[in-house]
Design a binder for this molecule. Structure first.
Ligand SMILES: [Mg+2]
Length: 178
């Protein structure tokens, strides 16, 4: 089967996009102020990508192993998206709990993660996506590797690709046409 057909088949049932944060929504860099408060840098382009998803009826959530004050990610990207706090070393239980809470099955989830800790979820989710800087084993486990690096439009690229594969991109972009 051609790659594009395979991707279209994987994209068809997806209703949720679940995102690892460090290395996917950010470039993996961490900055701290003198009081030890953590700073993250986000791409505004990713925020728009997630809002486009919402227009296509696809919801997004963050699955992060690192403690972030509640609501920070959503506010930073100007969108409504829940944050699911996973154990930093084991994301699978949080993923399973998330699916149960929303009545989802694996094929309905696109998961985007960039490191070994994401592998169990990437192997489970219907549409696994990663970034070019991910280790080879992670890239091999994924159906799609974005061209853009984490924190520099990777989420935007995955969002638009998903909408396109589902035939929803034109609808999501309608408001920009007039
Ligand atoms: Mg990560």
């Amino acid at each position: 089967m051609k790659t594009e057909d395979r991707l279209r088949r994987l994209a068809a049932p997806v209703r949720w996009v679940l995102l690892d944060v460090d290395g996917v929504v950010t470039d993996g860099g961490l900055a701290y102020d003198p009081e030890g408060r953590e700073y993250k840098r986000f791409s505004a382009r990713d925020g728009l990508g997630l809002r486009l998803l919402a227009r296509g009826g696809i919801r997004a959530a963050f699955l992060t192993g690192r403690a972030t004050p509640s609501g920070v990610l959503a506010r930073a990207l100007e969108l409504e998206a829940p944050e699911i706090h996973a154990d930093a070393k084991a994301k699978l239980p949080a993923y399973e709990a998330f699916k149960a809470r929303h009545g989802l099955s694996d094929p309905e989830v696109l998961y985007m993660g960039d490191d070994y800790v994401d592998l169990p979820v990437l192997r489970r989710a219907g549409f696994p996506v990663t970034v070019p800087g991910a280790p080879a084993a992670v890239r091999r486990a994924c159906a799609l590797v974005t061209r853009a690096p984490g924190g520099h439009g990777a989420v935007r690229e995955a969002a638009e690709r998903l909408l396109d594969l589902k035939g929803l991109l034109d609808k999501a972009l309608e408001r920009y046409y007039d």
